[in-house]
Design a binder for this molecule. Structure first.
Ligand code: SF4
Length: 241
C-alpha cells in the first residue's frame, strides 16, 4: 500500500476487510484464550485478566470456579480466602472486591444471572466495555469488538484509525468490518498481536498482511529473522491447486 496518496473511505474499508480475511485464514481457530464454561465464569475470568496474562488467569480459575459456583457464592465469599485464590493474577485486593460486588449485584438485580445487554454489563462494579464485549461475544454470541492493548495497537498500525481512546477505536473499526464478524475480528487481531505483530519488534517479514500494512518495516523485515520472532506459529496453510 502506498502511504503517499490519501486513502478513500471505500478503499480503506476494502483494505480492512481484506486484511481481516487474510488474518482469519491465518488464525482460523482464534478464540478467547480464557478457560470458561458459563457466562459467569467468563465474566469473572475477564475481570481477573486485567494487567495480567490469560495463562495466569487460567491457572487460578479451576479452584476459583469450584469454590464459587454461582453469583451468591461470590457475594458471600470469605474475602481472605478469595484473595488467596486469585493472588497470582495481581491487584488481588481490588479484584476480590470487584468479584464480590459483581456477585452481589447479580443476585440483587438479575436473580444471579449474567445480563445479556451492554448497558447492564458495564453498570456492574469493575466491569468496563472491554470486559462486557468479551462476555457478549463469547458467552452470548452477540457481536462485539474487544479493544484491548493488542487490538488498539494493531488497528493503529494497520492505518484503520488514528484514535487512541478504546471506545473511539471500537467505533471506527465497527464502520469498517461487518457487525457479524466483530467477535472473530477481535480474536484474530488479538492472536496476531500476541503472535506476530508484537508491541516491540513486530515480525513484519513473516506477516501475512504485510502488503496491506502501512506500518510494514517498523519491525524485522528479514524473513528468517522475522520467523524466529513468531510465537506459536500455526502450520503452513494447505495449498490448493
Ligand atoms: S507488517 Fe509489521 S506492523 Fe504491519 S501488521 Fe504485520 S507485523 Fe504488524
Amino acid at each position: 500500500m502506498s502511504t503517499l496518496e490519501p486513502e478513500s473511505p471505500l478503499a480503506l474499508k476494502r483494505r480492512a476487510r481484506r486484511m481481516y480475511r487474510v488474518l482469519h485464514e491465518r488464525y482460523p481457530d482464534a478464540h478467547c484464550e480464557l478457560d470458561f464454561t458459563t457466562p459467569l465464569e467468563l465474566l469473572m475470568a475477564t475481570v481477573l485478566s486485567a494487567q495480567t496474562t490469560d495463562v495466569r488467569v487460567n491457572m487460578v480459575t479451576p479452584r476459583l470456579f469450584a469454590t464459587y459456583p454461582d453469583a451468591a457464592a461470590y457475594a458471600g465469599a470469605d474475602r481472605s480466602e478469595l484473595e488467596g485464590i486469585i493472588q497470582p493474577t495481581g491487584f488481588f485486593r481490588a479484584k476480590a472486591d470487584s468479584l464480590m460486588k459483581i456477585g452481589a449485584a447479580l443476585v440483587e438485580k438479575y436473580d444471579g444471572e449474567v445480563p445479556k445487554k451492554l448497558p447492564d454489563l458495564v453498570a456492574l462494579p469493575g466491569v468496563g466495555r472491554k470486559t462486557a464485549n468479551v462476555v457478549l461475544g463469547d458467552a452470548f454470541g452477540v457481536p462485539g469488538i474487544t479493544v484491548d492493548t493488542h487490538f488498539g495497537r494493531l488497528a493503529r498500525r494497520f492505518g484503520w484509525t488514528t484514535e487512541e481512546d478504546p471506545v473511539r477505536v471500537e467505533q471506527a473499526v465497527g464502520e469498517l468490518i461487518p457487525r457479524k464478524d466483530w467477535t472473530m475480528l477481535s480474536h484474530v487481531l488479538i492472536f496476531h498481536g500476541r503472535r506476530t505483530c508484537h508491541s516491540r519488534r513486530p515480525a513484519c517479514g513473516a506477516c501475512p498482511v504485510a502488503r496491506w500494512c502501512p506500518s510494514y518495516g517498523i519491525g524485522v523485515t528479514d524473513p528468517v529473522a522475522a520467523e524466529k520472532l513468531v510465537k506459536d506459529a500455526p502450520p503452513a496453510p494447505a495449498t490448493t491447486p
